[in-house]
Unconditional design. Sequence first.
Lengths: 305, 297
Amino acid sequence: MRRFLDRHWYAYAMVLPVVVVIAVLVLFPLAQGVFFTFTNINEGNIANPILDRPATYVSVGLDNYLKVLSGDASYGAFWSTLVRTLVWTFGCVFFHYTIGLALALLLNRQVRGRAVYRVLLILPWAVPAFISAFAWKYMFNAQYGIINQFLRFLGLPDPVWLGQSDWALVAVVIVNVWLGVPFMMVALLGGLQSIPGDLYEAAEVDGASAWQRFRDVTLPGLRSVSSTVVLLGIIWTFNMFAIIYLITGPNPNTRILVTYAFERFFSGASRDFAVASTYGVLILSVLLVFAGVYRRALRKQGEVW
Amino acid sequence: MSVEAASLQAVQPARGLKRSERSVLASVGLHGALVVASLIAVFPVFWVLVTSFKPDAKAVETTPKLVNDSSVDNYVRILSGEKGDFLAWFGNSVLIALMTTVLAVFLSATTGYAASRFRFPGKRSLMLSFLVVQMFPFAVLIVPLYNILLDLGLQGTSLGLVLVYCTTAVPFCTYMLKGYFDTIPTDIDEAGRVDGLSPIGVFWRLVLPLARPGLAVTAFYAFLTAWGEVAFASAFLSAADESKTLAVGLQVFVQQNRTEWGHLAAASILVAIPAIVVFYLVQRFLVTGLSSGAVKG
């Protein structure tokens, strides 16, 4: 034991603060949140130290899970919400990645004014999300929004973007794509620069076309960066609540799992902590399963992290 | 898995085709694509700026114009505190964001360094748990977190909120910095040890100064996490007007049935300025940091 500590004490000393903070502020609340999913806890029966009222919630077993997983509309229509969440997640991440990669490839060339382009293109990342949300909400407004004015100017139809239709989902996807591209672009740009230049020269000597160079040098060279940022992107987008919540509010056409959990949590006369936590646990489960599958798929291709 | 901090920064001179080898048509296409993308990236911010000078009534006209009775009245009214104690909110936000930045950079630097340099039991599960932490929707933790902060006596204080922000920022920052430390040769550490520095001395006096570009990106990320957050700030800070952050305070402009778009736009610009300033400083620092960090090869 003593030798063990002698060898590792500085590593543990450096890690300890983070472990303590995460344990106290994440794992412990997480455990409590899981416990809540087996109760009927809400605003009315939780212990309230200010009113000096003891907790009166009771255990309900698996009731919350059964209600949510039945797909009942009064519990958020879990399955159709899950499908919408997947559409939202993969739609957003697909455009984040493809647009980010395209811009990174452009910026990786020698272009006059590249530093300026780079600053401008990263700008959406620097703007606080609630301000971006407000800006787009204003621009998407059906009457006085600039986007519809532009569409009318072009003679195109001008939908009511943020109303009760799937246009609202399209709108929030557009906003989230705008918001998420800079991160992907910068990460992929770094990846592009770590590909040795000799590889390109060798490919050129061998007479590879531009497309072949892209397919056989660039894409494999980006594999490890890509696998990481795509996984992170999927996790973040799956749980991205601020944009949807601030732009469309409780609109059922843009409801994803996280926003519904939040709705349950904050709105309604009796804030339903139990069902909100149940959704949280289900979200975590879906993501854990996904990450496991993803990792296995990567490992098959010889990539391990 | 690692997110390379090197990859989150700006950029060395590119390889690829030299300009002379490119046809005029390709040049036009390249610049055209970049200009369109830049316009899309910048336009929403530009449009908020334009709107911020319009009176509320003009901001909702059906044919938006660039200039429409524009003046700085919105700014004057916000800064004079007519719409709530804007300057106090601003101060709170700055304080909380700076505290989060310092603490998160410190925590993720030590953890990232340990993960990069030392092999110790539990390292793998630690890094995996950082990934899992990002998967749980934090919003749902609000009730348990509230109780814990209450027990620790931190409920309603800035420090409590800062710690909560750190839990969201630190896992990703740790990954990023671990990737960055991996690019710094271990020879440097060994040379430092030979010269009689302790492991922590090596970290503090040799590696950290070399990792400044990585630290800058981390700081940027942590600052933005805290600066723009709404849900926790509204749940964990006391309801008194003078203890709100900007993100919470700004909700006064969207209440009732109508939104005061002109005022909201002006306030948004005031909120966005510090974030963009930080972004710009980091951006410049990164470019110099990269060229001077020749030791990384």
